[in-house]
Each structure stands twice: as C-alpha cells, then as structure tokens.
Design a protein around this ligand. Structure first.
Ligand SMILES: [Zn+2]
Length: 749
C-alpha cells in the first residue's frame, strides 16, 4: 500500500455548506421502534437502537440477513486469523519470489477446501525488477561504507532471516556513479526551487531526500529528481517521520529503529499502472509488449533507499549552506544543503519479464450470478509484510473460511462473490491492473462493487474510504459491529477518533467515511479504469516500520494487534459489507449522497482555483441538483416499497441494473487529458498519489486553461445528466412494480 493516506492528510476538515441527507427520517424507524422496544422521547428515537429493517431489504429479508451476518460473525476467530498471519509472515515474499508463488498455490488449495468455486490461478507475464547487487560508499571527505542492511534483534527471530534482501527500490535503473551529494529535503518541486535560489544545481549530482514531510509517493520523488537532471536519488527514513522522534523504536516500540529501511518501487504508475510494457491491456502470456524505451511508467534514474543510520554520515559531513528550519530533521546534526560529500553508488537490477500469479475464486450467486461483489487483497510484501499486506491476507483467509462455511450450511449469497489474491501490487498495482484490464468488459457489465483490503491492521483506528454512494452503507454497518477496545460500536469508535483527529466536538455521519480517494492500492483499476464503485477498509495506528523487515509477526504481536481482534473485526466487517450488498433486494446505494459529494468537490475546486470566475458552472450546478433529487426520490420510494413488501422479479433486477450502471457513467472513454488510462471523470490521483477529484477539470483549472476547463465541466455535466436519467428510469420501474406509496415518508412526488 502507499502512505498517501497518512493521518495528517487523510481526514481533512470538510466544507460545511453541503447538503446532508437526514437518515433518521427513514420510514424504517417505525419498524425499528416496534421490534427494539426502545423508549421514545418527544418522537425522537433513542440514539443507539438496533435497526430492524436494513437499507435495501424488506422486513422479512432483513431478519434473514441479520441471522446470516450473525452466523458469519460467530464463525470468525481471532486465533485463526493469527494462525493465517503466521503462515503468510513466515518468510519474505516479494512479487516474483518462489515463496510468493508458493503462497498463491496455498491460497488456491485453501479456498477449494473452504468451499469456494471456480478457483483458478491466473498468470500474467510482466516486467519485473529485482536487485542483483547494490553498494554505496562515501569517498570524500571521509570514507564510509553503507551497510544497506537491517539489524537482527534477539527478541525477534525473524529479524535474522538470511533470505531478507538488502536495500533496493523496484524499477531503479542499473548504473554506477560517483558524484557530489545534495540534500533536497522531501524531493518535491518546491524543494528544488529553494535549492536553485541558493545557487545549487543538482544536474549530474546525487540527491539525498527523505520520505514524507509533506508526504509524496517515492516514485514522484524519483520523477522529480529525474526531471531536475540528477544522476541518482537516495531516499532515507528520517527519525522525525517514523523513528525515535515519534516514540519508542523496534523492538521496544512500533517506530522504526536506526537501521530500518523503507523498501518500495518507484514506478510512475500515476501515469499508467500495471506492467509498464502493456499499458491498457492485459499481460496474458504472449501478449503484445511495447519496447522498454516507450514505457512512460518506467523511471530513468538510479535510486536507492537508506536507513537513517546509513544517511547520517552523509548529512553530517556536508559543509554547505545551512538548510532552512523546516528542512531540519530528527537527527541531532545541522542539516546542510550539500558540499564536500562525494559518494560512489552502484545499483545492478535484473529488469526482465517474470510471471505474476493472481488467485481468483468465487461463490456463485444463487439468484443473481451475473451481479458480482468483488473483493481483493494483495499477497506480495517487500519483506514479511506483517502489516502490509499480510494482516489483510490473514483477514481475507479468515473471511473466506467463514463465507465458505456459510455456503456449506446452505446459505449461498444471492449475488456472486468474487475474491482475488493480487500479485505485484507493490511494483505498480500490477496484478490487479492486469486482471482489471483483462476482464474490463465483464466487470463493467457485472461488478456491483469492489471492496479492497490492503493492510487490514496496524492499530485500532478505523479508516474507511468509499465513493459517496456507498459511504452511508459503511456507516450503517459500523453501527452493528462492536469495537474490541472500547466495547462500544465501531460507529462510536469511528466518531470518537475522527472528532479527536479533527479537534471537533462531533462529526456528522456524512463525514465519517473518506470520499476523497487517491491511488496506491489495488482499487485503482476498478475505480479509475473500469468504473466500479469501491470501498476501502483499514485499521491504523502508530506504525514506523512500513515496508521494512521489522513489519513482521513480532511487530503485530507486540504493537499492531496483539490479540488479533482487529484482524477478526476486519474479516467480519468486510464480510458483512459484502453480504449486505450480495443479498439486498434493492442495492443499498445512496445517490443523493453522491450528488452531495460531487457538489463538495466542485465547491472545493472553486475555492482553490476560483474556477467560477472563468467558467460558468450554473448548468452543472443545476444538473447536480437534479441528480440529487432523483437519487433522493428513488431511495425514498424504494424504502417505502420495502416497508410494504419484498422487492423481487424482473423489475427489481432492472432497477438494480440501473443502479449498477451509475458509476460506469462517470467514465470518459477518452480518459483525462494526458492520462488516457484514467477514465473516471470524478476521481484520479495526483502524481504524488494524493487524491485528485474532478481530475480533468482540476488540472485544466490549475493550468489556467479555461477553455479546456469548460470542456471538462461539460463532460461532467453530461455524465451527471445520464445518471439522472438512469435514476428516473429506475424510479418509473419501481412505481410500475408497486402501487404508488402514499407513505409516511412523503409519498410520490
Ligand atoms: Zn500494501
């Protein structure tokens, strides 16, 4: 996974001038009162009551669904999750390694035993990158040889595993250079501007930059250094970001010790993810491949990660101008911009085509086999993958065990569940991208949702993200699950930590789920390329060993999730969401919430770029308003209908088909300007992996290209219009099925 979603940038404050849907006004509240038997004061229901009728379910089917979800919850075991976790973290398993391929076979065998159907291992032949040898020495003013290794600790037997690789960055080019070193802070464009002001040119030199502060994806740092003409880039972990300045370090605490190295790839997958030689199509064996020189996602710079212990001698021997205050880090030295330090760097990478393996399985839907609930987690890890991704893999295996068991007990889902173990996520979201490209037509026809779990657990803080139409469902489900630490509901826990992190007294339900979504994990192809709505789930906490060898079983058992309760909670949460969507009579999407989200995106963009001064958005505003009204209408009528009777038959299927097609309508087949692979009009990511809403419109506005901005706004407007029509059509089908409800919720409009 990436860290674009670190706590500082993840949940920023939202604008307040948005319309929230009052979910307490839903008609099912009446039923809830009857069953729950809770006291009513002045017509207002008590806050924490169980909901009797679920969104998208009639009373009868709600009761059945609740029973199934409870069964699922009872089957999931923290001890089993721990057992799975030990299996996956036992050995290093980077993409392309024999161990990672063996784990693919193990997962396939387990899924068969668990009762999953159509288990298949799909092979993709993709460009891979692995180290042959790396070396770094300071040659002046003093001699020093970097260890490029992480220390072993007696407390953690895995830390002395001889099969752990030395430092390397995936898709660094091979090469050898001796050159002066310049400290370039975070390696973002503004940092080079400051160097230039100080008369420092980095051309032909080696830049030393740190991870984070502010966050940017290491591939963006590499691209920036490449554009500046640097000969190589060294990226080190400063203790200010993830080491002793944050708290106790491994093995006494969760933060990174002196020798910890953040591995990673530097692929330019923000331009196009997946195999760099098959942009836009699948790397099935024998597929056409473009020449390496034409691959836009391949870096052209030598790159290496360093621990702070290896970086410190370089930094402290510099004698150039003192770096500015906010460039000073956590080491007790004076950080300088450069001078005196020369290093010799040698990196030899094997860059060649290797097979990656995606494991796929399904439980075929009993009634609607051609509507798919897709779930996935990546298998490959930089080293042991304690958090990233084996916590997620453990949660996934415990989930599939429970879902298989449910099926064996005679409770197959109505819709088909599809699950995938991705490969090569860490190299460029590769396995999921190739799979999502291979099955694009089928996914665009059948996929209801994609639920991604990369890391499941680095601590107890729930960090959900979703497209706005699914955010209310995530909130609803969070009310039904217990938070192990506080004993309250997951919903209360989420509200609590969101309020704390934003220093607010209270957080509205509509702000609990992050709807601004960047890249950096396997959801990317689904959302940005295939137009499949997504939910991303994660529990987080203090975590300073990301992509290092200390991200392992010991770390998880001492710091991340010692009792594996959050692993188990993730299995349950993931499964509950999947089943809720799989079994619903009316798919529980909330398009009024999507409209509100879209309005917020437009508003935020206007604040940052003064778009409205240059482009009229009146018509777009109006269309968003109509989309919102159509969404609210459809939902109200659907819930009113479900209040009376189950929804079934051909009409229900047609209505759901329209609902499924909404996300597809956000796709522009031409893609966003300059990045044709990214087809979603509302979502892409910046080159840093940070979230980027209304990407075509935003980038045009930021470039001051108002003609292009107007054109992009027009594309969005058309898509909104198409979706309003879809929802209105669904509403007509609904009122055709059931008699027009003169219901307590306001009736037909
Ligand atoms: Zn990951």
């Amino acid at each position: 996974m990436n860290h674009s979603m670190d706590s500082s940038s993840h949940h920023g404050p939202r604008s307040e001038n948005t319309i929230h849907i009052n979910r307490k006004a839903r008609p099912r509240a009446v039923l809830a009162l009857a069953t729950a038997g809770l006291a009513v004061a002045g017509g207002v229901l008590a806050q924490q009551r169980p909901v009797a009728r679920l969104r998208g379910y009639s009373a009868t089917s709600s009761a059945a669904e609740r029973q199934i979800e409870e069964k699922l919850g009872a089957m999931i075991s923290a001890d089993e999750a721990r057992r799975w976790h030990r299996l996956f973290t036992a050995e290093p398993h980077p993409a392309g390694s024999p161990r990672n391929n063996e784990l693919a076979r193990i997962i396939a065998e387990e899924w068969k035993k668990q009762g999953w159907e159509d288990v298949i291992i799909r092979q993709y032949d993709v460009l891979h990158s692995a180290p042959r040898s790396v070396a770094l020495e300071m040659v002046a003013p003093v001699l020093f040889r970097a260890s490029l290794r992480e220390d072993a600790y007696d407390a953690d037997p895995d830390s002395s595993n001889p099969r752990v690789d030395s430092a390397y960055l995936g898709f660094s080019i091979s090469g050898e250079v001796t050159a002066p070193v310049v400290y370039a802070h975070s390696g973002n464009p503004e940092d080079y501007a400051l160097l230039k002001q100080n008369g420092i040119d980095v051309r032909g030199k080696i830049v030393l930059v740190r991870y984070s502060n502010p966050y940017s994806y290491r591939g963006f740092k590499a691209l920036t250094a490449e554009r500046m003409g640097a000969a190589a880039i060294l990226i080190y972990s400063d203790p200010a970001e993830d080491g002793y300045a944050r708290g106790k370090v491994f093995p006494e605490g969760p933060w990174g010790p002196e020798s910890h190295i953040q591995h990673g790839a530097i692929t330019y997958d923000f331009i196009v993810p997946g195999d760099p030689q098959t942009p836009g199509w699948a790397s099935v064996p024998g597929a056409r491949r473009i020449p390496i020189e034409q691959a836009t996602s391949l870096p052209k710079i030598i790159a290496l990660p360093l621990s702070w212990r290896d970086a410190k001698p370089l930094l402290e021997n510099m004698d150039g101008p003192e770096a500015p205050k906010d460039w000073q880090g956590g080491l007790s030295i004076k950080y300088r911009l450069g001078g005196a330090v020369h290093v010799h760097l040698q990196v030899d990478m094997d860059t060649s085509v290797k097979p990656y393996y995606v494991v796929e399985a399904r439980i075929r839907g009993s009634e609607l086999p051609d509507e798919w609930i897709v779930m996935g987690n990546h298998r490959d890890a930089w080293v042991f993958g304690g958090v990233d991704p084996s916590s997620g893999t453990a949660s996934m295996m415990e989930l599939t065990r429970a879902l298989g068991e449910l099926k064996k007990q005679g409770h197959p889902p109505r819709r088909t569940l599809v699950i995938c173990s991705w490969d090569g996520e860490e190299y460029g979201l590769t396995g999921s991208t190739e799979w999502g490209e291979q099955f694009a037509p089928e996914l665009r026809e059948k996929a209801v949702v994609y639920i991604n779990v990369d890391s499941s657990t680095s601590g107890p803080e729930f960090q959900p993200s979703a497209v706005p139409s699914l955010a209310p469902l995530v909130v609803e489900v969070s009310r039904d699950l217990p938070d192990p630490q506080t004993g309250k509901s997951l919903y209360e826990a989420l509200r609590g930590h969101r309020a704390r992190s934003e220093s607010r007294d209270t957080v509205a339900d509509s702000d609990l789920v992050e709807t601004r979504i960047g890249s950096g994990s396997d959801h990317t192809v689904f959302l940005n390329h295939d137009g499949v709505p997504i939910i991303l789930l994660d529990f987080t906490g203090p975590y300073g060993v990301y992509h290092s060898q200390y991200d392992d079983f010991y770390w998880m058992n001492h710091f991340g999730d010692p009792g594996y309760r959050y692993h188990a909670l993730m299995s349950r949460l993931w499964g509950t969401l999947a089943l809720r969507l799989a079994n619903a009579e009316a798919l529980p999407f909330d398009f009024a919430a999507y409209a509100a989200g879209l309005r917020r995106f437009v508003h935020d963009l206007d604040i940052s770029s003064h778009l409205r001064q240059h482009v009229s958005l009146k018509s777009l505003d109006r269309q968003i308003g109509e989309f919102e009204a159509a969404g609210r209408d459809l939902q109200r009528l659907t819930e009113a209908a479900l209040d009376r009777q189950p929804l079934a038959g051909r009409n229900a299927r047609q209505i759901n088909q329209n609902v499924i097609r909404v996300e597809r309508n956000w796709l522009d087949p031409d893609g966003i300007p300059g990045r044709p692979w990214f087809q979603h009009l509302l979502y892409a990511s910046r080159y840093t992996y940070a979230h980027l809403e209304l990407p075509g419109l935003t980038e045009a506005a930021e470039a001051g290209n108002w003609k292009l901005a107007a054109e992009q706004a027009g594309h969005i407007e058309l898509a909104v219009k198409r979706n309003t029509a879809l929802l209105r059509e669904a509403r007509q089908m609904l009122t055709g099925t059931v008699s027009a409800p003169e219901s307590r919720s306001g009736g037909k409009k």
